[in-house]
Design a protein around this ligand. Structure first.
Ligand SMILES: Nc1nc2c(c(=O)[nH]1)N[C@H]1C(S)=C(S)[C@@H](COP(=O)(O)O)O[C@H]1N2
Ligand SMILES: [Mo]
Length: 546
């Protein structure tokens, strides 16, 4: 009989069950997305579960993820969550063929896991955050219950479709499945649209922003800060190339018009809340500062230099009545909190010692990009980002290191983390085959607050030779260097080390990134071909094993 297939084959029955499970999961996600779009985009189930996974990932695994996937680590995590979810959903779908209630209950259980994840996030807004996961799970459970009734054996098809002798109806199942898929797709798309709309106010507030001119402009960077060497990192890192490190699975889209910054806590005699316009009305400073991530391995990419525009933070603190510990102030830790619940702690002494700690509103001549903390982020030259550079900042609390551990410190990173003296070879690249003759080795060195006074290069086990230094912009920026190397054929290891402005030579001692930043010398292995003439193009490497 056309349209009827006897699904006696357990395999195809299993496939139907798995399909029902997938559809139920899809429905659950779509409904959750829809509700998240209405209440809060950051409360979507994949976002909250991903966030909870990030919060709980041991530092070593997180380090591995950053090393392996770089800035795609979050995409990989989300994909991983979806794959795990799909596998479990298919399992529940098959289960529901035999035990329909158990299958549906399994889906509900997932909603509870999602809701718990949402509540555990540092930025949890309570009920609004558990709603998407719970409602999604109910929708998913109902879907699975009904779909499995279409697909399950020994039950006449209520829709009147053709039924085989086991009670299976392909048409009934397919119709229900198609309707479910269409409805879920619509709900999901609507949810995405609504989430997008929530960000529109933020996008408009950024697009309409005209940054005031600085009262204290950065001195024009001297021409000599940028060496003319191919392959060296540009002195100023363009915003689109600036590294990004944060725990935000969905980048906060903050409307500058409704944004507020509160300053309060120990020793704050005049607590105060600022609007964005109030900050912009103050005299702004503009400074070149190199920002460095504590997760940057020796030779790694997680640092960059920008021309930042912002409000001097020490002045705001002084106006609030804050005194540094050296002047008898009771608070030694400043805890910055972002709209997404991240907390970062900096020494009050450092913030108020005269360095250009700021609440930045501009980056390289434009408002902060959303990825880098729009509308306002903190920066403290000389400290790694995780103890200073709070993006999407909304609250500053004065407290003590004894009284409070911020996010990363709870996860075994150091309470205090000044930037270590480091240097990096940008060119040649590892395993390059530079043409014989003079090869220009070049890169950057940094020791924020102390500056760089010397860079040396060593070929193999030879003597250390002074590199040529570019002009130093400020002690808070990296410094370019280059070294003309007269090559000899063969394989060579190039090593670099820097000396900071206090005369301290960069340590050779290797340290891991955790707890307070990597140390050791960066080296690069290259092969100089025997031939002098033009170098033949390199084909793919032939392995000498199968
Ligand atoms: N809100 C928030 N701010 C944050 C972080 C974060 O995860 N959330 N990460 C910090 C870390 S570890 C670093 S290194 C810098 C990176 O700033 P960037 O992404 O603009 O380069 O931001 C800091 N500020
Ligand atoms: Mo970082």
């Amino acid at each position: 009989m056309p349209g009827v297939i006897s699904f006696r084959n357990t395999l195809s029955r299993t496939a139907l069950g798995a399909a029902a499970g997938l559809l139920a999961a899809f429905t659950a996600l779509a409904v959750a997305e829809l509700l998240a779009g209405v209440v809060r985009p950051a409360a979507g189930p994949v976002t909250v579960v991903g966030g909870a996974v990030i919060d709980r990932t041991p530092a070593a695994v997180k380090d591995f993820a950053i090393r392996t996937f770089g800035e795609n680590d979050k995409a990989v995590l989300q994909l991983g969550i979806l794959v795990v979810l799909a596998l479990i959903a298919m399992g529940l779908g098959v289960l529901s063929l035999y035990r329909r209630r158990a299958g549906a209950a399994g889906v509900l259980l997932f909603g509870i896991v999602g809701a718990a994840a949402a509540l555990s996030r540092p930025d949890s807004a309570g009920v609004a955050d558990v709603l998407p996961s719970l409602a999604g799970a109910v929708a998913g459970a109902v879907t699975l219950y009904h779909l499995s009734s279409r697909a399950a054996p020994s039950r006449p098809d209520p829709a009147g479709g053709a039924v085989d002798e086991d009670g299976w109806s392909r048409r009934g199942f397919l119709t229900a499945a198609a309707a479910t898929a269409a409805a879920a797709f619509g709900a999901g798309a609507l949810g995405r649209f609504l989430s997008g709309r929530q960000g529109q106010g933020a996008v408009a507030s950024r697009a309409g922003l005209v940054l005031p001119a600085p009262a204290s402009p950065a001195p024009a960077a001297p021409a000599g800060v940028q060496l003319k060497v191919d392959g060296i990192s540009p002195f100023v890192t363009p915003n689109r190339d600036f590294y990004r490190v944060d725990t935000a699975l969905s980048v906060p889209q903050v409307d500058a018009g409704t944004w507020r910054l509160r300053i309060h806590g120990k020793g704050v005699t005049r607590p105060r809340t600022y609007t964005f316009d109030e900050l912009l009305a103050r005299p702004l400073i503009e400074r070149d500062i190199t920002l460095t991530c504590v997760s940057n391995e020796v030779g790694g990419p997680y640092l960059g230099t920008a021309r930042w525009l912002g409000v001097p933070l020490a002045e705001l603190l002084r106006e609030a009545g804050v005194r540094p510990p050296s002047k008898g102030g009771p608070a030694d830790q400043l805890v910055a909190r972002s709209v997404d619940g991240m907390t970062l702690g900096s020494p009050v002494e450092d913030v108020m010692d005269g360095r250009d700690a700021m609440l930045a509103v501009g980056m390289n001549g434009e408002p902060l990009p959303f990825d880098h903390g729009f509308p306002v982020r903190m920066l403290v030259p000389g400290l790694y980002g995780y103890v200073s550079a709070c993006k999407w900042i909304t609250d500053i609390e004065l407290t003590t290191f004894d009284a409070y551990d911020p996010y990363w410190v709870k996860r075994k990173w150091a309470r205090r983390a000044p930037v270590k003296t480091q240097s990096r070879i940008d060119t040649p690249k590892p395993f390059a085959r530079p043409a014989a003759g003079t090869v220009v080795v070049a890169g950057v060195a940094w020791a924020q607050r102390r500056g760089i006074s010397r860079v040396e290069v060593r070929i193999d086990d030879g003597p250390w030779r002074d590199a040529d230094l570019a002009v130093q912009d400020t002690v808070d920026t990296w410094r370019q260097w280059s070294y003309p190397w007269q090559t000899a054929p063969g394989g060579h290891t190039i090593t670099v080390r820097a000396t900071d402005g206090t005369g301290q030579v960069q340590t050779e001692e290797r340290a891991r990134t955790i707890p307070d930043g990597a140390s050791g010398w960066h080296s690069v292995f290259v092969t100089v071909p025997q031939t002098s003439g033009p170098v033949p193009p390199q084909g793919p490497v032939r392995q000498h094993h199968p």
